[in-house]
Write a protein that binds this ligand. Sequence first.
Ligand SMILES: NC(=O)c1ccc[n+]([C@@H]2O[C@H](COP(=O)([O-])OP(=O)(O)OC[C@H]3O[C@@H](n4cnc5c(N)ncnc54)[C@H](O)[C@@H]3O)[C@@H](O)[C@H]2O)c1
Length: 433
Amino acid sequence: MSTNPMRVAVVGLGFVGLPLALTYAMKGARVIGVDALPNVVEEINAGRSHHLESYEGKTLPEILREQLAAGRFFATTSYEEAAAHADSYIVTVGLPVYNGDPDLGPLKSCAHSLGGVLKPGDTVMIRSTVVPGTTEEVILPILEERSGLTAGKDFYLTYCSERIAEGRAFEEFIHMPLVLGGVNEESAEKGRELLAFISEAEVTLSDIRVVETSKVIENIQRDVNIAMVQEFARFAEAFGIDTFELIKVANTHKRVQLLTPGPGVGGYCLPNALYYLLPKAKELGVPLTLLQNARQINDGVPQVLTEMLERALAEVGKTMAGSRIAVLGLAMKDFSNDDRVSPVHQLIGLLTARGAEVSSYDPAVPGHYEHKAESLSQAVRGADAVLLTAVQQAFTAIDWQEVVSQMADQPILFDTKNRIPRELDKLVRVLRV
Ligand SMILES: NC(=O)c1ccc[n+]([C@@H]2O[C@H](COP(=O)([O-])OP(=O)(O)OC[C@H]3O[C@@H](n4cnc5c(N)ncnc54)[C@H](O)[C@@H]3O)[C@@H](O)[C@H]2O)c1
């Protein structure tokens, strides 16, 4: 290791920040993690984390404990303490969305704290997904005002979008192509050096506003693709053809890349992306009709699924009210422990509001919910319908015939993930979207 190691502070120790901090530490940097929540910091310093990431055969908590023991990483709530140990800051504090409005509060508060401890020569890299324009219009003025320093001259300010997918974070920090902007050339160069410490991927340099906007539209194109596929799925159902077969066949065309429909679009990234673009688009007077329609379609999927299930129950003389419904998978996507903005919660809310007795099962999601069962058999026993809404490792070996044998008479399976074997169609009613 060099006698003068890279000293970096990662601000925000969530799904992105913690594995990012550990990646720097694994590469030999001295890393300090900063989070506003004392309990998050306490858990991390005790070597505990619920994150499901892994790298080269080691789980994230194992990597965390190794790096803590090696003295290359620790966490704090104190920006002052971070400043004593770092000359580069990577910010991963997010913008939550409430009722369609992005809340810049946490990011502004972070900039405020960071501005109070910045030293001449420091580098600040923003990796949060933001409303386009945020780095230069919001963060830069706060940092300059609080520090009395000038961006691009006394300190360096750069934006690099974060493109990792949860579950593949360590690998993608190293190999995912990056895009980077700086408030000036020197800032971009400092940003490039900071990235090169862990990344082996190509870095495309561009204007900060382009990089910020690109990140948001990269997410929106997936949201729109999925909304389009939802409409194809409705068509396929009405036409009596298999949606998943239809997508598979269309995707044999080299220039077609349809995603799969699922129970709606969840997580922190895709549903929020439109709400990051909208404020800027409104300010500029640009209509986003297609994108807003797509979001509305995706938001409406749990309602569509509820109605499909209601019709299927009616066909066997049952009503939603009083039916027992098991929901397998609470996560916002397959093999994830993250159920933030998961459409499955909305679905469960709709089923419950119609009088169903819902029992859910997801061994990967740590959250406690009243409807959550302890085991698969506890969830499915006596169920009138079982919905598969997210795949987890524990679900890959499910014996569906065994599941059916534990359910009520005239059971219904509802597969939103194309995982239930087609042979089951001969035994029971299987809905697929
Ligand atoms: N989760 C993903 O897969 C993913 C992928 C790409 C990009 N992103 C983007 O990365 C950013 C972070 O996402 P995440 O999923 O890690 O979020 P997260 O909520 O898991 O983590 C953010 C952390 O920041 C902390 N925080 C909030 N305010 C703070 C402050 N003022 N000072 C210090 N810490 C503060 C929170 O306590 C939290 O632990 C977001 O902008 C998100 O859109 C996320």
